[in-house]
Ligand binder design. Sequence first.
Ligand code: 26W
Length: 812
Amino acid sequence: MFEDARQFKEAFVDKLQTMQGVALEQATNLDKYMALGGVIRDYIYKNWVETNNHYRKKESKQVYYFSLEFLLGRQLRSNLLNANLSVVEEALQELNIDLSKVEEMEPDAGLGNGGLGRLAACFLDSLASLQLPGHGCGIRYKYGHFEQKIVNGYQVELPDNWLKEGNVWEVRRGDKAVMVKFGGQVRLEEIDGKLVPIHENYDPVLAVPYDTPVVGFKNNTINTLRLWNAESGIKEFDFPSFNHGDYMKAVQYKYETEAISQVLYPDDSHQEGQVLRLKQEYFLVSAGVQSILRSYKKGNKSIRELPEQVVIHLNDTHPVLAIPELMRILMDEEGFGWDEAWEITQNTMSYTNHTTLAEALEKWPVDIFKELLPRIYMIVEEINKRFCRELWERYPGQWDRIAQMAIIADGFVKMAHLAIVGSYSVNGVARIHTEILKKQEMKNFYKYYPQKFNNKTNGITHRRWLLQANPKLADLITNSIGTSWIKHPEDLKELRFYAQDASFKEELQKIKRENKEQLAQLIQEQNQVQVEVDSIFDVQIKRLHAYKRQLLNALHILHLYNKLREAPQMEFVPRTFIFGAKAAPSYYHAKWVIKLINSIADKVNNDKSIQGKLKVVFLENYRVSLAEKIIPAADVSEQISTASKEASGTGNMKLMMNGAITIGTLDGANIEILEQVGSENIFTFGLTEQQVIEYYAHGGYNSWEIYHQDEQVRAILDQLVNGFLGDGSKEFKTIYNYLLHNNDEYFVLKDFASYANAQQELERAYRDQNRWREMSAINIANSGGFSSDRTISEYATGIWKVEPLEILGRSR
Ligand code: 26W
C-alpha cells in the first residue's frame, strides 16, 4: 500500500468521493481532512487487526491505563508521522493541497484538563512506540474541555462540541457493550449454604466502547484507546412498556443516563463532590474491568493467573473504584472467596499519585456513595474493616494513627487510602514529589508499606513535542548527530559537543527566530498585537492556579513597566510575555488573574512612551494544538510554582526540549532539569520546599511586612487598587486582599524580590547571545531523559513487568 505518491493520490481522491461525495475540485478543507483521515485510518486499521491477533495468540501480559482524562489533541499529524507515511506530504503537494490548512480542520480531542490528561496521552504514544502491550481506558465525553473566549479581558466558557463533524479515528463497537448498575438495593440470600448478594431495582446503564488506534512509531504496533459512551439501552419499542407507557419517564431516563458521558469536569485540583462525577468514575471502571475480564476469559489462562497477565494502572484516584469492582466480579460472578479475590486484586492494581494539594484529594460522603453504589460500598466497608483490623494488630492501642489511615472515616470514603491499600505499587511523578509523599502526606502508609512506594519521574513524547511540533529543529539535530536520537532520545546528549560549535548555534538561532516569526504572526491575527520578533519570548502556559503563580509573573511585568516608565532609556532587552491558561469556571481567583493579565496587557501594549519594549499577550483557548505552536518559539520557560506544590510539571520538559531556558523554583521536575543542565544553564530562585513546609507548619510569614519594607512591591500593589489599570478594580481589589489580608497563601510577595533578581540575571545572560545559544543547546542536549519513553520503560520494568512484543506488519 502506498509504494509511492501516485498510489496514495488515487486512494485519497477515491476516498473523497466514497466518503464525502465530492470531487477533488469541489472539496473543502473539511472534506479533505475527513478523506485524508479516512485513508490513513484504513491503512492503520490493518496493523491494528494484526497487533490484536498477535497479543491474543501470544497471551502476553497487557497493561490497561485507566484514566478519566486523555488529552490527545490532534491525531492527523502524529498518525502520519508514526505510521511512516511520508509519501503523503509529497502527494498532497503534488495535488496542491496545503497540509497545514487541512490539519487545522481537526478539532483537538480535549478530553482532559491539563498535566494529568496530557501525561496519559504521552504515555499511550510511548507504550505503542516501545512495542509494549498497553491500552488506554477512558470516557468518550461528548463535550471536552470548554472552549475559552476572552471578552473584555474576562474568561467566558463555551461548550466544546468536538464530535460535531464525526470522528474519523474511532470505531463504535456496539457488540462489545456492557451493563453498569447504579442505585437499587442489595440483599444477601443464602444459596447452597453461601450468602449471595442479590442486587435489585437498580438503574442499568449501557456502556458502549468506541476504540481509537494508538500508532507506534514506525513499528507496526497499534494499541487501543477504548473510550466508553453511556447510553440508556432503551430501544424505541421499549417505550410503550416503560411502566404503563410512561413516555415522559422513559425520555427522562434516557436523558439522565446519557448525561454520564456528556461532559468532562473542567476542574483540576479541586474535587467538587458531585454525584455525576462519582457516576462517571464508577461507569468507567465497571465497564473497563468487565470488558477486560470478558476478553481474558476467552483465552486459556485461569483467573488465578490474572496478576501475571493483566495490570490495571490507576491514573490518580479517579478510577480507584476499579479495586472494589474487580473484587465484586471475582466474588459475585466468578465465585471466589474474599481472601483469594483480594490477593488477585491487590496484585493487579498499581496507582500513581499526581498531587499533594489537600483540596484535590478525593473523598466521597458515605451516604451519597452508599446510595449510588450499594454493593461496591459493602465491599469497601469490608476492605476497610479488614485493613483496620490489620493495623490494630500492628499498632495496638494507637487509635489516632488507625483513624488517620482508615479508608472510611468521618463520614467519608477516602479514595487515596483505598488506592494505596488495594494496589501493589504507589508512585509519585518526580523525585521531590515522591519524597514529599513519603515523609509528609502519606507518611503513615509509607511506614506500613515501604515496599509499595516508588518514583517515576514524568516525561513527554519527543515525537509530538519535538519531531512533529518543531520540524526545523528536528532536522538540525539529525543533520548534526544523525537519526539515532529519534528512537533513543537519550542520544540527544551527543549535541552537547555542538554547544561550542559556532555554525550549529547560528542555525539554532535562525530556527528559533523563524519559529518566533510564525508565532508573532499568529499573535497578530488572534490578538491584533504587534510583537517584536527580536524581543525575548517569555512563556507561561499551563492551567491557571494560585499555586502556579501566574500572579507573580503578572506583578513582575507591572514592576518592569514601572521601571521603564520612569526611565524609558534604561538598558533593557525588549520582552514579550506570552500567557496561555484556562481557569476552572468556578475558580474566581484564577479568573481575576486572567483579567489582571489582560488589563496589564492593555495598559502596557498601548503605552507609546515605552517604545514597544514590553508587550504582554494572553492567547485565548490554550490547548494542545496551540501549545504546539507556542513552545517551539519560546526563549524563556516560566516554571514558578510555590516550592512543594507542583508535583512534576511536564510543560517545563517540552519547553526545555525546544531550547527554552527555564526560570523556575526548586519544585517538581525543575529540580531534575537543574541536575541535568547544571546551575549555569537555568535560573532558579525562591523559597525551598523545606522553607515553605516550615512556614506552613510554624507560621512566621506576614505579607504586610513585605508591603511595608519593599517600596517596589508597595507601588505595584497600590496600582491594583488605585484605578491605574482601568476597569476591573473590584476584581483587583480581591487579589490585593488575597495577598495582604489573607496573607498570601502561596508566597507570591515573599518570592518577589528573588524572582525579580533572577529575571535580571536572565536578561543579562540574554544580552550575550552566544552564551544564550550555548545554554539553549545544552538544554536540548539534556532533555532526552525527559522523554516519556524513558518513563514508560521504567514503569514497564519497575511496576508492570511487561515486555516488548514485535509485530510483523501486514501492510508492507
Ligand atoms: C478531582 C479533581 C481533580 C482533577 C485532576 C484533582 C486533581 C487532578 C489532577 C491530579 C491534577 C493534575 O493534573 N496534576 C498534575 O499532574 C501532572 C502529571 O503528573 C504533573 O506534572 C503536575 O505537576 C500535576 O499538577
